[in-house]
Design a protein around this ligand. Structure first.
Ligand SMILES: [Mg+2]
Length: 233
């Protein structure tokens, strides 16, 4: 951590489950008040970016005024340049999935323009729900399927993933070290980034590329505070 404070370090974060607690419905996700204050302080001391599966406008609204160097949405695919250009293939996938899965209780498809999230948190039969979603995605073309916490994410197979987005931001912001904090399967591309990276996972998991972890999401505040203190001197 001291090393990170003395290097040209990019501080990068996932949003859901990392800066905000996991919630029942995606629309309910809120960053805690203390997290918001600390992220603001951090962003004044280090280049900071958010790399989320949400759309960019969605994440920007949830930052509630905290200014970061960049917000990348849709799992790495959406920057300022690609915002508001939804991919027609994604709309086709949505129609196909809703047709295949429509009758199954507790499933819903969230369209984020450049990717889809098929949520099954509200399903009473989660194992069967996930099996059916994965089976339905096999009919789709140009798709990359990444699992998540009671969600299956569908991105365009050639689109930049979180790892590629993170590398691009590191280079653009002239950083030689990266801290990346995430909590889920779609963060593994970022955890596995080559070069000087400190990958931190919320919750320890075997076979993760993250070599470091926090016990719970609530500990993010301690991490942010320490980074601020170390560079503040
Ligand atoms: Mg997450």
């Amino acid at each position: 951590m001291t090393r990170l404070a003395h290097e040209r370090t990019l501080c990068a974060f996932d949003f859901d489950g990392t800066l905000s607690p996991i919630v029942e419905y995606p629309g309910q996700a809120v960053m805690g008040g203390q997290t918001r204050i600390l992220l603001g302080r951090l962003a004044a001391l280090y280049p900071c970016v958010i790399v989320s599966g949400r759309s960019r406008p969605d994440v920007l609204a949830r930052l509630r005024g905290v200014k970061v160097a960049r917000v990348v949405g849709n799992h790495g695919a959406e920057t300022e340049a690609t915002t508001a250009k939804p991919d027609s293939r994604v709309a086709q996938w949505k129609a196909s999935l809703e047709y295949e899965l429509g009758a199954f209780p507790g499933l819903w498809v969230e369209d984020k323009g450049l990717s889809l999230a098929v949520h099954y948190r509200q399903s009473p039969q989660k194992t069967e729900a996930r099996r059916r979603i994965l089976a339905a995605t096999r009919n789709l073309r140009h798709v990359r399927v990444v699992g998540g916490k009671q969600v299956v994410n569908l991105t365009v197979d050639r689109a930049p993933d979180k790892g590629e987005a993170l590398a691009a931001e590191r280079d653009r912001l002239l950083c030689n070290w990266v801290l990346y904090v995430g909590d889920d399967e779609n963060d593994e591309d970022a955890f596995a980034l080559h070069g000087n990276i400190v990958p931190v996972r919320i919750g320890r998991k075997r076979h993760s590329h993250a070599r470091y972890y926090l016990h719970t999401q609530a500990e993010i505040d301690k991490l942010l505070e320490l980074l601020v203190l170390l560079r503040g001197h």
